[in-house]
Design a protein around this ligand. Structure first.
Ligand code: ADP
Ligand code: MG
Ligand code: MG
Length: 254
């Protein structure tokens, strides 16, 4: 069993107005096989948390720790984090012109595993994973995310998740911009990955809709750069009814 531990994490970002504090002491522990939903209003710093875990250079950690089975994640490069088993499905997946999906996936798989997968098995795996995500085979030969619709990009992120088989996945608003059918397909992919390898999941979302398909063990309310409340699945139902106002108001009063 693996443990991803975040303690008192503080992150700043450089803006045109100067250095801005975004994460203000985030605490979170995710163990193998657990699904944690992190829910919060827009601008609260959810993507900043995701990027900080992944090691995006724009985000500076000014305090706190992230460890994976006791290993210092913050001391690792982006590549080392991926090899250690961390995966990020981005809210806004980037296009990579000139690199086909197939080549990208194979290169990533080779880098993470330390050896190239056999072509025969790999071709079969990619084809099978794409079929399950109802992706047209033509997407294999297309450049990564180039000209993909929002929903196609999200599917492509889950394709990577299923093929790269990380230990922990951060899914940043994988549900946003998906119609109900696509949401189901993407959720099934996440659930397959979860069941196949005891994947630990940090499911970042603004809406409760995806939680009908992906059942969280824990729900965290994230407001103004930190966790405001933690609970079980029933907390998501309460958020659905009450929204985030209560948490935001509490911050403004104090
Ligand atoms: P969320 O994902 O919860 O909507 P974000 O992490 O994207 O929140 O953003 C949190 C705050 O940090 C916002 O006010 C946003 O404008 C700011 N921010 C995040 N990343 C950057 C950046 N690269 N440059 C400038 N401001 C940023
Ligand atoms: Mg589980
Ligand atoms: Mg975001």
């Amino acid at each position: 069993m693996s443990v991803l531990e975040i303690r008192d994490l503080q992150t700043t970002v450089e803006t045109e107005q100067g250095t801005k504090q975004i994460l203000r002491g985030v605490d979170l522990t995710v163990k193998s096989g657990e699904i944690h939903a992190v829910m919060g209003p827009n601008g609260s710093g959810k993507s900043t948390l995701a990027y900080t875990i992944a090691g995006h250079p724009k985000y500076t950690v000014t305090g706190g720790t992230i460890t994976l089975d006791g290993e210092d994640v913050l001391a690792m490069t982006v590549d080392q984090r991926a090899r250690a088993g961390l995966f990020l499905a981005m809210q806004y997946p980037v296009e990579i012109p000139g690199v086909t999906n197939t080549n990208f996936l194979r290169t990533a798989k080779t880098a993470i595993d330390g050896e190239a997968p056999s072509i025969r098995q790999w071709t079969k795996d990619v084809k099978g994973a794409m079929e399950k995500l109802r992706m047209d085979p033509s997407f294999a030969a297309r450049n990564v995310n180039e000209g993909f619709s929002g929903g196609e990009k999200k599917r492509n992120e889950i394709l990577q998740l299923e093929l790269l088989k990380p230990r922990f996945a951060v899914l940043d608003e994988t549900d946003s911009g998906l119609d109900v059918d696509a949401l189901k397909i993407v959720s099934e992919g996440v659930n397959r990955a979860h069941q196949a390898s005891d994947l630990g999941i940090l499911l970042i979302t603004h809406y409760t809709r995806i939680l009908r398909y992906i059942k969280p063990d824990f729900v965290h309310v994230f407001v103004a750069g930190k966790m405001a409340e933690e609970g079980g699945p029933d907390l998501a139902e309460r958020l659905e009814e009450e929204g985030y106002d209560r948490y935001v108001d509490a911050l403004n009063v104090s």
